[in-house]
Write a protein that binds this ligand. Structure first.
Ligand code: PLP
Length: 365
């Protein structure tokens, strides 16, 4: 199988696996005062320090969570209370589902958020939380987060950035972005599933928990932390060195698909180097995914989290792509992709396009 669905989950980095195996033998609970507990605590705090340094936050302002979804939900619960919550129209469901009555910030045809609209909304003076992702999971479109941060700071709004797809693939630093919080997830950067983090700016660091429990994470997230997953998360983050190497391969895959009639969604924007979103006019996305799967290629239609649904992508619909919103697949190269994967994809894409178009063609009487 050729695995081209990294934005759903990245393959595990060998360094993460080795670190997790070692952490499985650490018996103590990091909250216990005895030597075994202290040994576990050292593993936990070492991971926290490494991740905080990597992503531009203070270690004490990094809150471990179960993943990206929980980190987004915690940020919105804590920073959105009593505020108008402004949400980019192409945000992930992890954000959308956590906001009962969002103000949806429009995007252009490439999926880039409209900062003029944001400025006009913030200028009303209503206290606000803005949620703007750094890179989109379906198209790879990179949002103008630094510009949004400037506006938020000018008008006294909080800014939460979902950096789940960007972390490990591009330079992500909370301090440089100017955001008040960022969400990251282990399994999206080559670590195991089951761990994520919310990184908070100093002025936003005292937050109310979503899960209170036993007061872990300085009272911001209760529950015994999953030490092996967290250790693997930190190990993966230390070796994930950006997706730049993948850009020529992504471009080659895209070029091959264009020859076969594909339209690149979000192609005019700055994008993650590993991601392309390819619409084949007139052909349903789920049919494309199934045909490619039968040919040994793993890609997805829209977000993996919504697989099973055959509804059109809300991301592509917000970009004004009309019917194409139900006709696009996402190809996302994993950190270990190579040229043979791209060649296999290009050949399979051609077979798929020919076969599905043939199935649509009117039959001779
Ligand atoms: N945010 C984005 C942009 C994502 O792509 C995803 C997962 O696909 C999430 C959040 C949720 O992350 P997790 O799977 O770690 O809960």
């Amino acid at each position: 199988m050729v695995y081209l669905d990294a934005n759903a989950t990245e393959p595990l980095h060998p360094e993460a696996r080795a670190t997790m195996l070692a952490a499985l033998d650490v018996t103590g609970n990091p909250s216990s005062v005895h030597a075994a507990g202290r040994a576990a605590r050292r593993v936990l705090e070492g991971a926290r320090e490494a991740l905080a340094a990597r992503f531009g936050a203070l270690a004490q302002n990094l809150v471990f969570t179960s993943g990206g979804t929980e980190a987004d939900a915690l940020a919105i619960h804590a920073l959105g209370a009593g505020r108008r919550v402004i949400v980019g129209a192409t945000e992930h469901d992890a954000v959308r589902a956590a906001v009962p009555a969002p103000s949806l910030l429009p995007v252009d045809r490439d999926g880039v958020a409209d900062l003029d609209v944001l400025a006009s909304w913030l200028a009303t003076g209503t206290p606000a939380l803005v949620c703007l992702m750094l890179a989109n999971n379906e198209t790879g479109t990179i949002q103008p987060v630094a510009g949004a941060a400037q506006l938020c700071r000018r008008y006294g709004a909080w800014l939460h950035v979902d950096a789940v797809q960007a972390a490990g693939r591009m330079d992500v630093r909370l301090s440089a972005l100017g955001a008040h919080s960022i969400a990251i997830s282990s399994h999206k950067l080559g670590g195991p599933p089951g761990a994520g983090a919310l990184l908070l700016a100093p002025e936003a660091a005292s937050i109310a928990p979503l899960i209170a429990g036993g007061g872990q994470e300085r009272g911001r997230r209760g529950g015994t932390p999953p030490l092996p997953a967290i250790a693997g998360f930190a190990a993966a983050a230390s070796v994930a060195d950006g997706a730049g190497r993948l850009a020529p391969m992504r471009d080659a895959a895209e070029a091959a698909a264009i020859v076969d009639g594909a339209v690149v969604c979000g192609g005019g924007a700055e994008r993650l180097a590993n991601t392309t979103c390819l619409a084949l006019p007139g052909i349903r996305a789920d049919a494309q995914v199934i045909a490619l799967d039968l040919d040994g290629i793993a890609v997805s239609a829209g977000a993996a989290c919504s697989s099973g649904k055959v509804t059109a992508s809300h991301v592509l619909a917000a970009m004004g792509l009309g019917a194409l919103a139900g006709q696009a697949i996402r190809v996302s190269l994993p950190w270990n992709a190579d040229a043979t994967d791209v060649a296999a994809f290009a050949a399979a894409y051609r077979r798929m396009a020919d076969q599905l178009r043939g199935a649509l063609a009117p039959r001779a009487a």
